[in-house]
Design a protein around this ligand. Sequence first.
Ligand code: NAG
Length: 360
Amino acid sequence: MVFSLSLVTVTIAALLASVSGQQLRLKVSGPAQVSDIADLTVTTTLINTGADKVTLIKEPSSALSSSPAHSFNLFHDSGSTPEFTGILYKYSLEKAAKNPETLVTLAPGASIEVSHSLAGTYNFTRSGSGSYNISPSTLFYIVNAEGTAEQVHAVLQNTHAVSFTPGSRLAVSPPAAARSIEQRGLSKRATYSSCSSTRQTQIAAAIPAAVSYVSESLSYLNAHTTTSTRVVTWFGTWSSSKRTTLVTQYTSLQATGSYTDWTYDCACTDGDSNTYAYVYPSQYGTINLCDAFWSAPTTGTDSKAGTLIHESTHFTKTAGTSDHAYGQTAAKALAISNPSHAVLNADSHEYFSENNPSLA
Ligand SMILES: *[C@@H]1O[C@H](CO)[C@@H](O)[C@H](O)[C@H]1NC(C)=O
């Protein structure tokens, strides 16, 4: 076995985790042919083929959740990919690992099936009708022996082929952004949808703090034209082109009216108690706020203002970031392992801007 060679150098927890990833098998099935995207629902099955039970987090972008997150890789025969039109979340793996409601335990031999409707989550217009290969993301978070979240990759058993007949409907609209007409006056100000007055007050305090984070981040980047601990910690190896990218991203967050005249929706229909917030990247200026947001501090690590930074970088119109890593530890590790992903990772921008603890 592979792991016996390195037994002396790895910790028992790491060993258990590597066993858990290997013992998870992932399958995908669905219709072979559709004429309407509304009929494109695929089913994922995660099987525990090992001898030990595994506890997993139902994280939104994993195959264990039916949320309209980016949980699939889709390739047209021509190699092109459909456009992702679903949701990007700020999610706390730390909270999730301690929350029984968002955990699922698979006994040896047990499996879990989840269906995923791809309508509204992907728009196939650009890539067109014809055949697609569908593979679910193999990334899962397990709760390890220490009770903390740990990444594992399941073994993918198969991919699924589906074809759209010519003339198929290839897209449906995702839900429209909330608009609360009565609060949209001539004067520019934030619009609140389904937010109590207490929550409006909390958001109103976070908005100027987020605006300050953006201007402080930008001044910092303009003042530091050579390597710095703060940039390297969150975005990896320093280069002048990386600094230029960051300046461009933060400049786009400083557009007139950013944060101050955006729409804040408190209904949160697609989150659980580990979710701070989410956006549809194409719906510029609408941020949906969820449970974890309300108990966060106004500023500091994983704060309300920081959450607004995180979400605002997801918009296609600003930085178009994804969620490659959640939490400070994973974001720091990402800066080292994959710096090009770090500059496109929303939590990395949030932690850079929150700058807590403060780095030079
Ligand atoms: C899908 O994308 C195309 C552009 O590729 C766009 O014209 C169309 O409006 C989109 N459809 C929906 C329902 O969003």
